[in-house]
Design a binder for this molecule. Structure first.
Ligand code: F6R
Length: 609
């Protein structure tokens, strides 16, 4: 996920591009760059780091052109660096391209282009687009872009400029957003409306498979086949601050809603052959290495630690090997027992959490190979681990982690089934069943996200309480811990998670008339046991809100409220169960007028011990 901007008109382009990039910084912030068509030549300036680094590098002596493109990057292929930053050029530096998305066949295209004499300088997938445009250019930039996008597989939103055709920007999209802003004798292009909302509210929304030629006085939109399309101009009604959140009142809600897309991105290229084959080439583990794994050790903090707890249940069940899960802040001050047959995993959204990084270093010192599961390419954890499995959640801005957690779970399931496949622990039929079940999840999450009103009603009950309990057995217990953390960190309601069977060993004393108890009952093997625990709570007049799979037991009679989840394999249910819990916390926090995205005392990236 990256941010793209483009401007063509009568004003100096650079300040407009810079302002647009700053509005899109939420889409990525590891490097930025601009390309400007100046009277004498095409000028490209880029810098690793936040947009402020680029701004400082350029200073006041910026190039004077009135046509340009800009980009703020969220690295996917190639670590953050000046060279990997966009815009990218062909060999001749007469063309510049910015891109958001992933070009899946870029390796094949790159070697094809190299054989035609093209020379590459970066590690990015995007650079092939610049070379393709250059390769196909015969005096018509539009034709070159059309030819190029026809060869590309994957997702893209792109804008190209050329010093050979100075009066136009050509852009195209497939599976990545792109909007065109319409001004007076000037036009804009961006990944998202806030980039130009200070200048115009009239927009064209580009659809998949559409290409646009944008000049200062015109916008022509075409299909890949060359047919000119008539599109409606839309009017933006949000104010600028709202629009940065895509119309959502908070980043947290936006990120919760983005989860189906994030899961699909994380799945991309990893479930093959009609979901019957798991593929994780980035692990780069030999069959002998995989066979030799006799123990898994997972270390993380907070929500990422909770993802590890889910993995413990799943891995022990599927791989039949012991799995230890540890808090990074504890692990580093113990004398942990690791050996050469331990697969050591750290999980970190930011890849910068100080304790997690220290745990990683400790494991390395002990001679262990470390696998990192992280969301940030080029982060410290990604750089220092031996292998990296990326969660493609895109930038997570809200302090409370939602989409990163879900993609961590998804990655851990992919890893588990991949290891089971390589260790030959599951039959082809079982692997296919699991693959298909994983494949269904994004759509099932979508159906849950449509039931916001139901969750909002449940949250209304919670808002007046200062205490709540989350209970569950087995995998539901691991999810209960995440549910409780989410609720307390953003709504400030004191929430505790308990293994349902533990209640009678002390906690039952806290159950008073009406106190909210969120009971997770998605694991069929322990339904009856969980029901007994629910009855213990009900006997003390607790208010039980139950989350269960559709078509299991009729819980209505037993509890005060039930939210039925779509059914899936029990082992995968955490992905579905946590989504309404995220919404529950969100609406409880909104109901209590809390600062949802920035809870008190917390920070997104905890780079101190
Ligand atoms: C809670 C939350 C935190 C993080 C924790 C680790 O919603 O976001 O508990 O999970 O600070 O952060 P990362 O994953 O960046 O290492």
């Amino acid at each position: 996920m990256c941010g793209i901007v483009g401007y063509i008109g009568e004003q100096s382009a650079y300040p407009i591009l810079l302002e647009g990039l700053k509005k899109l910084e939420y889409r990525g912030y590891d490097s930025a760059g601009v390309a400007l068509l100046c009277p004498e030549e095409l000028k490209v300036i880029k810098a690793k780091g936040e947009i402020s680094v680029l701004e400082e590098k350029i200073g006041n002596g910026f190039p004077s052109g009135t046509v340009g493109i800009g980009h703020t990057r969220w690295a996917t292929h190639g670590a953050p660096s000046d060279i990997n930053a966009h815009p990218h050029c062909g060999c001749s530096e007469e063309f510049a391209v910015v891109h958001n998305g992933i070009i899946e066949n870029y390796l094949g295209l790159r070697s094809w282009l190299e054989k035609q004499g093209h020379h590459f300088v970066s590690e990015t997938d995007t650079e092939v687009l610049a070379h393709l445009v250059e390769h196909f250019f015969d005096g018509d930039l539009l034709r070159a872009v059309v030819q190029s996008v026809k060869m590309v597989e994957g997702s893209f939103a792109m804008v190209a400029i050329s010093e050979n055709e100075k009066g136009k920007l050509v852009c195209a999209r497939k599976d990545s957003p792109l909007v065109i802003g319409l001004g007076e004798r000037e036009n804009y292009i961006a990944s998202d409306v806030p980039a130009f909302l200070g200048h115009t509210r009239k927009i064209y929304i580009l659809e998949d498979g559409e290409i646009a030629v944008v000049t200062a006085n015109s916008v022509e939109i075409l299909s890949v086949g060359g047919e000119v399309l008539q599109k409606e101009v839309s009017e933006v009604t949000w104010d600028a601050a709202e629009a940065e959140k895509g119309g959502y009142p908070h980043f947290m809600l936006k990120e919760i809603m983005e989860q189906p897309r994030a899961l699909r991105e994380t799945m991309r290229g990893r479930l093959l052959k009609g979901c019957s084959e798991f593929s994780l080439p980035e692990l780069n583990l030999t069959p002998e290495e995989i066979r030799s794994i006799e123990q898994v050790y997972i270390v993380a903090c907070g929500t990422a630690y909770h993802a590890g707890l889910v993995a413990k249940y799943a891995m022990e069940k599927i791989l039949h090997i012991p799995v230890e899960v540890d808090l990074a802040s504890e692990f580093r001050y113990r004398a942990p027992l690791l050996n050469k047959k331990t697969l050591f995993i750290v999980i970190s959204q930011s890849g910068e959490t100080a304790d997690t990084l220290a745990a990683l270093r400790l494991a390395r010192q002990k001679g262990n190979k470390v696998l990192a599961i992280t969301n940030v390419v080029g982060s410290s954890v990604a750089r220092e681990a031996h292998r990296v499995l990326y969660t493609w959640a895109g930038p997570e801005i809200a302090v409370a982690s939602t989409k990163a957690y879900l993609t961590q779970l998804f990655s851990l399931y992919l890893l588990t089934y991949y290891l089971a496949q390589e260790k030959k622990l599951l039959s082809p039929e079982e692997l296919k069943e699991a693959g298909e079940a994983l494949y269904r999840l994004p759509e099932q999450v979508e159906t849950i996200l449509k039931r916001v009103d139901e969750v909002r009603e449940i949250a209304a009950y919670l808002t007046s309480w200062e205490s709540a309990f989350f209970i569950g057995r087995n995998l539901d217990y691991a999810v209960a811990m995440e549910g409780a953390l989410k609720l307390k960190e953003i709504s400030y309601i004191h929430a505790e998670a308990y293994a349902s069977g533990e209640l009678k060993h002390g906690t039952l004393a806290l159950i008073v008339d009406g106190i909210p108890v969120i009971a997770l009952v998605t694991q069929r093997a322990v339904i009856e046991k969980s029901l007994s625990n629910i009855k213990e709570v009900k006997a003390r007049c607790g208010h039980v809100i139950c989350f269960a799979q559709e078509g299991t037991i009729e819980f209505q009679r037993e509890v005060d409220r039930v939210f039925y989840l779509p059914t899936n394999l029990d082992v995968l249910m955490p992905i579905l169960t946590v989504v309404p819990l995220q919404l529950l916390s969100y609406y409880a926090a909104v109901g209590r007028n809390c600062t949802v995205d920035k809870p008190r005392n917390l920070a997104k990236s905890v780079t101190v011990e």
